[in-house]
Design a protein around this ligand. Structure first.
Ligand SMILES: Nc1ncnc2c1ncn2[C@@H]1O[C@H](COP(=O)(O)OP(=O)(O)OP(=O)(O)O)[C@@H](O)[C@H]1O
Ligand SMILES: [Mg+2]
Length: 252
């Protein structure tokens, strides 16, 4: 169990309407610094929209989002989006794309180009793409592209990392490597908010789980998630979701 007494994020009564539809309704939860929060819920439940709202990309209709790091300042956020739209003529090489992640950050805190190149090479190796530095981004496979976007997000040394289905389309070996990397990142004290449909991954690694389907159906310790909660939020039978550790049956 990771985490500390310091709260990294407080979301209070967050409501969001888009195009006349309620996408998020009265969502409240807090995340402690160093905590790993798994965010689950059905397609269209509002997970990506919640992340985008937390990032400040979508203004809330009602409610507040308040960020604070260990020193109660605003933390640096890293984001691995669910989708990348790169057309076949997208000209960037992998190394250039990872370096983009430091734009603005190294200008303020870094000590020059050499340092960012070194960090970029280190991160490419860390996500298993050392040999692809000069490869055009569009030549990478889908799973490789996701790993590269993770390296880009880590470039600015985030305090909080928001990941939107980072293992979708990633093969078994890639998933294992990703889980090892997740353990490293939580060990380094990063706060993680990870969206995934992979319940075994979430229940095995997250400290807490938030179950979102427009409203927040449940938020609690990963080990306390029960079958009824998942069923109610997903409105389907739990058997479809294989869980890595048994979760309790709902009360009769
Ligand atoms: N810009 C937008 N304008 C109008 N509706 C939107 C907009 N963005 C998202 N939505 C709607 O908000 C709802 C939630 O979408 P969102 O992408 O957040 O779901 P999700 O939980 O991430 O789903 P998935 O598991 O499929 O990724 C959907 O019904 C979607 O159509
Ligand atoms: Mg989504």
């Amino acid at each position: 169990m990771h985490g500390s007494d310091c709260t990294a994020l407080t979301v209070t009564a967050l409501t969001l309407d888009l195009a006349g539809r309620r996408i998020l309704a009265n969502v409240s939860f807090a995340v402690r610094a160093g905590e790993f929060l798994g965010l689950i819920g059905p397609n269209g439940g509002g997970k990506t929209t919640l992340l985008r709202t937390l990032l400040g990309l979508v203004p809330p209709t009602h409610g507040t989002i308040s960020w604070a790091d260990r020193n109660c300042g605003r933390p640096r956020l890293g984001y691995v989006p669910q989708r990348v739209s790169a057309d076949a003529h997208f000209p960037l090489e992998c190394r250039e794309l990872v370096l983009q992640g430091a734009a603005g950050f190294l200008a303020r805190f870094g000590s020059g180009r050499g340092e960012s190149q070194r960090r970029c090479d280190e991160l490419l190796a860390r996500v298993g793409l050392r040999g692809q530095a000069a490869t055009p981004f569009v030549h990478l496979s889908g799973g490789q592209q996701r790993r590269l976007l993770l390296a880009r997000a880590l470039m600015r040394r985030p305090d909080v990392l928001l990941l939107d289905e980072p293992t979708a389309g990633v093969d078994a070996e890639g998933q294992d490597r990703f889980c090892a990397l997740l353990r490293e990142l939580t060990g380094e004290g990063l706060t993680l908010i990870l969206v995934s449909h992979d319940l075994p991954l979430i229940t095995a690694h997250a400290d807490r789980i938030a179950c979102l389907n427009v409203t927040l159906h449940w938020h609690g310790r990963a080990g306390e998630l029960d079958a009824g909660t998942v069923q109610a939020a997903y409105r389907c039978e739990l058997q479809r979701y294989q869980l890595r550790h048994p979760i309790s049956e709902p009360p009769a």
